[in-house]
Design a protein around this ligand. Structure first.
Ligand SMILES: *Cc1c(COP(=O)(O)O)cnc(C)c1O
Length: 388
């Protein structure tokens, strides 16, 4: 129940990868022999699979080690290339750390960042975006789907605004690509980050989409070396990983429609059961939401006690990256949750291999455990009686 942190590799993905470790092990850059050609052929096929999933041209796909690297190349790469044009970037307060920390890094080098606020559902305001764009703005980077609360930003409208204003648009689409339809043409996306391990591919591989025409987008290299990936991202390609990534894309294209329907049903079943309870609040939007994400704040309950009672269920509190720190997640703070409700949040996320029986088990166990802990809790009972 923590698929938003990572997913298991689909067995069909693993099967596609296996030959590329020992048998077809060539370096895709070796142009002089069959080993290299075979590896290069496999990389090319995967490049097409990734491009097909997002409606792009294969030549616009730059393979990376995942979304963190893709986000870094996109933001730093654009800031460097377009430094003459301007030094202003627009993002929002609920982005992943890989975006926020990259922007902060650039701020120390003279780039200005505007962090758009979000409303109670985690959505940015399109008028605020329009007003924030000025003649020094070079990039807008807004995530497609939030990793903690599942909110889907209006990517298409953001793309339209950026295109009209002549500003580049990057989106961290790590949580949406492979799960819901994403199309770089209809959404006017100029740069986009993708990660294989969030949709049944292997860890440590992903891509940055960089539009090559209408407009032609340039990013500067962040890794110097053998000039792989158009010189943008040097380093010997992770051929087995890339083959797995391609297979994961192919499977998503084939299975997305059925999965979306099934997952919305599962998601809403859990949300309905939890929000029927007193003092349980849904974080994020009820419909503009990832199909596999549930995030609630459970008032008047010690979340660690709850986790302790459900050791057979893997869920997360806050986001996986910040769960070691005690501060409430920056995303929950941004949507206006109090520190108390921010700290008592629970994210449940599932996916391809989750069965309806498992959904029912988790739902029943969560409801029963919350009720039991509250019955035993003096704080809860005093609060109910209005004593505190
Ligand atoms: C997981 C995630 C990342 C990081 O991706 P990696 O491929 O693990 O580096 C970035 N952004 C979002 C929204 C994510 O969910």
């Amino acid at each position: 129940m923590d698929y938003n942190a990572t997913t298991p590799v689909d067995p069909r993905v693993l099967e596609a990868m296996i030959p590329y470790f020992c048998d077809i092990f060539g370096n895709a850059s070796s142009a002089n022999h069959k080993y290299g050609w075979e590896a290069e052929e496999a990389v090319s096929r995967s490049r097409r699979n990734v491009a097909d999933l997002i409606g792009a041209s294969p030549k616009d796909i730059i393979f990376t080690a995942g979304s963190t690297e893709a986000n870094n190349i996109a933001i730093k790469g654009v800031a460097e290339v377009y430094a003459e044009k301007g030094n202003h970037i627009i993002t929002c307060t609920t982005e992943h750390k890989a975006i926020i920390e990259t922007c902060q890094c650039l701020e120390s080098k003279g780039v200005e960042t505007t962090y758009l606020n979000v409303d109670e559902f985690g959505l940015i305001d399109l008028d605020e975006l329009k007003n924030a764009i000025n003649d020094r703005t070079i990039l807008v980077t807004i995530m497609a789907a939030n990793n903690e609360i599942g909110t889907l930003q209006p990517v298409e409208e953001i793309g339209k605004i950026c295109r009209e204003k002549g500003v580049l648009f990057h989106t961290d689409a790590t949580q949406s690509v492979g799960k819901i339809p994403v199309n770089v043409e209809s959404m006017n996306i100029d740069l986009m980050s993708i990660s294989a391990h969030k949709f049944y591919g292997p860890k440590g591989v992903g891509a940055l989409y960089v539009r090559s025409k209408n407009p032609r987008v340039k990013v500067s290299k962040q890794t110097h070396g053998g000039s792989q990936e158009k010189g943008i991202r040097s380093g010997t390609l992770n051929v087995p990983g890339i083959v797995g990534f391609g297979k994961a894309c192919e499977l998503s294209i084939a299975e997305m429609e059925i999965e979306v329907k099934k997952h919305i049903k599962y998601r809403d079943k859990i949300i309905d059961a939890l929000t029927k309870l007193e003092n349980v609040y849904l974080n994020g939007h009820s419909s503009k939401r990832l199909t596999n994400n549930i995030n609630v704040s459970i008032g008047l309950l010690d979340i660690d006690l709850l986790l302790g009672e459900m050791k057979d269920i893997a869920v997360s509190t806050g986001s996986a990256c910040t769960s070691a720190s005690m501060a409430p997640s920056h995303v929950l703070t941004a949507i206006g949750r109090s520190d108390e409700l921010g700290r008592s949040s629970l994210r449940v996320s599932f996916g391809r291999f989750t069965t309806e029986e498992e959904i029912d088990y988790v739902t029943e166990k969560l409801v029963a455990t919350i009720n039991k802990l509250r019955k035993e809790s003096p704080v809860y009972n005093m609060a109910k009686e209005g004593i505190i």
